[in-house]
Design a protein around this ligand. Structure first.
Ligand code: NAD
Length: 301
């Protein structure tokens, strides 16, 4: 069994670290939020005072942090005094945060230069997937790093896919979520149009869900209440997958598109609509609530 350091014990990181403990590993953890540390301690994670101390004498480091600046800060540190410098050479480093591709690749390069085995492994599946250990893990990194990280990824995830070299896990994540954001807006437009023209949304669903318009968001996250039982639309759009998260992922996709010189006009439009919706006070609603904006049914937007 391995000694593992886990940095970022929030909504996702907390349950992921707990699953590593349940699999028999010795996990120590660090978070800047005291309540996250207390909850982790109750789940069998040993609290540590600093990020650097969390990584100093372990075989594996996991990070699950909000954004690229946090990941750069933790790994690279001020004046190069971060986790990369503190860890023993050959440490397996797994960053599961969803971050910008440039930051992911910068941290990869520093880790490789110090002799570590790094992967970026952003996830899909939300808090429920983190708790159940069924996350989909999209993994970027060298073959040797992927093989070294795989046994640990398979504990926190149900599906582990090697997407290619450094940063490619993040590339897969932003591309996938750009599809999801665009398709949610498309569904919202179609169901709003159908409704205005007198078509019962349930009938449209019966037809479209088995016809050429069908897609994952329609089948699983349908934005109209009363159609898909488990959808957030049936619980006043309580997330689920928050608008704030979709907004962040679409912004990351746009930053990546600009850097790569890729034209993503629908991705840009989706990012703008989610910015509008989030700025109007809806960031905490499920992302499927964007149908309110499309239908003109939100007081705040
Ligand atoms: P969260 O805010 O609940 O957790 C992040 C944790 O990081 C917090 O506890 C925070 O205190 C801690 N943190 C911040 N800076 C730190 C630092 N310098 N040192 C130590 N700890 C620090 O967020 P989350 O929902 O767990 O999401 C984490 C990542 O996973 C994000 O990148 C998010 O985009 C991604 N993600 C989230 C979901 C989801 O449904 N929540 C789904 C897929 C991906």
């Amino acid at each position: 069994m391995a000694d593992i350091g886990f940095i970022g014990l929030g909504n996702m990181g907390g349950p992921m670290a707990k699953n590593l403990v349940a699999a028999g590993h010795a996990v120590k953890g660090f978070d800047v939020t005291p309540s996250a540390v207390t909850a982790a301690e109750a789940a069998g994670i040993v609290p540590v005072e600093t990020a650097v101390a969390t990584a100093a004498d372990v075989e594996v480091v996991f990070t699950m942090l909000p954004a690229g600046r946090h990941v750069r800060g933790i790994y690279l540190g001020e004046d190069g005094e971060g986790v990369v410098a503190a860890a023993r050479p050959g440490t397996v480093m797994i960053d599961s945060s969803t971050i910008d591709i440039s930051s992911a690749r910068a941290v990869h390069a520093a880790a490789a230069a110090a002799g570590h085995l790094m992967v970026d492994a952003p996830v899909s599946g939300g808090v429920a997937g983190a708790e159940a250990g069924t996350l989909t893990m999209m993994v970027g990194g060298a073959d040797a790093s992927f093989e070294a990280a795989k046994p640990y990824l398979e504990i926190v995830g149900g599906k582990v896919i090697h997407a290619g070299g450094a940063g490619n896990g993040q590339v897969a994540k932003v591309c996938n979520n750009m599809i999801l954001g665009i398709s949610m807006i498309a569904i919202s437009e179609a169901f709003t149009l159908g409704d205005k023209l007198g078509l019962d949304p349930k009938v449209l669903f019966d037809i479209s869900s088995t016809a050429s318009g069908s897609c994952w968001a329609m089948l699983h996250h349908n934005p109209v209440p009363g159609i898909v039982e488990t959808a957030a639309a049936n619980r006043d759009y309580k997330p689920g997958f928050a608008t704030a998260m979709m907004h962040k992922d679409l912004q990351l996709a746009q930053a990546a598109a600009q850097e790569a010189g890729a034209a993503t006009p629908l991705g840009a439009e989706a990012a703008a609509l989610y910015t509008l919706f989030a700025n109007a006070g809806n960031a905490d609603l499920d992302y499927s609530a964007i149908i309110k904006l499309i239908a003109g049914k939100t007081e705040t937007a």
